[in-house]
Design a protein around this ligand. Structure first.
Ligand code: GDD
Ligand code: MG
Length: 228
């Protein structure tokens, strides 16, 4: 007799038994939130845990005029990430990457090859360790002086991710590895070194990745690099 026929619910990967990535309890996230008295979480349903995690959450929400409504929101949870502006003040250059991004390709980017600041998911590391790791993996450069700038939500209507922003120096002397990303994960990442003026001019045409635009404009606003 199956568990369901015996009156017990079936086991669900990601909830009460491990999913393909070894996770359980994925339907518990968000249930205990108490910070906002105008929000009462009623239910969390796991929709997918194929790779990252898609949930639907039902919550009661008190509007500004005092009335309550019940709302459903889907959230996509990739964990948090970190990104870095690699800069060289002697050359007035930045070191970016180019890689294929399917979500951009399927949504109108001509070939999906995006020019971006190096970035990666934190996995189990703290943000600084994660950006040092990702910079080495993706570009081959070793960074040692990464300065934390700010943390931003990148798409708060649907994606839970908070992105930690850094800036760090690079030079020919700090190129210590091959870069290119993790071949085992299907990554194929190319370095793109640009004169800072050229990089600023490419915003909105060649450079259409938000984190990269934010970092370039930060460097312009603070005068870290020179827009000639
Ligand atoms: N098998 C499989 N692998 C996946 C899937 N989604 C992602 N991956 C693997 O997970 C890797 C994640 O690479 P990271 O370098 O850690 O992350 P990222 O995708 O570069 O994300 C960074 O940039 C994003 C875009 O700006 C940011 O959103 C994110 O915070 C982070 O900074 C991908 O390259 C790919 O190999 C999937 O659905 N299936
Ligand atoms: Mg990456």
């Amino acid at each position: 007799m199956s568990a369901a026929a015996a009156g017990h619910p079936e086991s669900t990967p990601g909830i009460d038994v491990a999913d393909s990535r070894g996770r359980t309890g994925l339907d518990q996230v968000g249930r205990g939130l108490t910070g906002n008295p105008d929000v009462i979480v009623r239910d969390v349903r796991l929709l997918s845990s194929n790779w990252f995690v898609l949930r639907a959450t039902t919550f009661d929400f008190r509007h500004r005029d005092g009335h309550w409504s019940t709302e459903d929101r889907e959230t996509y949870d990739r964990g948090d990430g970190a990104t870095v502006l690699l800069y060289n003040t002697e050359q007035n250059t930045v070191l970016l990457t180019r890689q294929f991004r399917f979500p951009a390709y399927v949504n109108g980017h001509p070939d999906g090859n995006l020019v971006e600041a190096p970035a990666g998911l934190l996995d189990d590391d703290d943000p600084l360790a994660a950006i040092e790791r990702e910079t080495a993996e993706e570009t081959g450069y070793t960074i040692s002086d990464a300065a934390h700038l700010f943390d931003l939500f990148m798409s708060p209507g649907s994606v839970t991710e908070k992105l930690h922003f850094f800036a760090a120096r690079y030079s020919a002397a700090t190129l210590t590895g091959a870069g290119g990303g993790l071949a085992g994960e299907g990554e194929d990442i190319e370095n793109v070194e640009l004169d800072f003026t050229e990089a600023l001019a490419a915003i909105g045409t060649t450079i259409v990745d938000a984190k990269t635009v934010i970092l370039l404009q930060w460097a312009d606003r603070t005068g870290l690099l020179e827009a000639r």
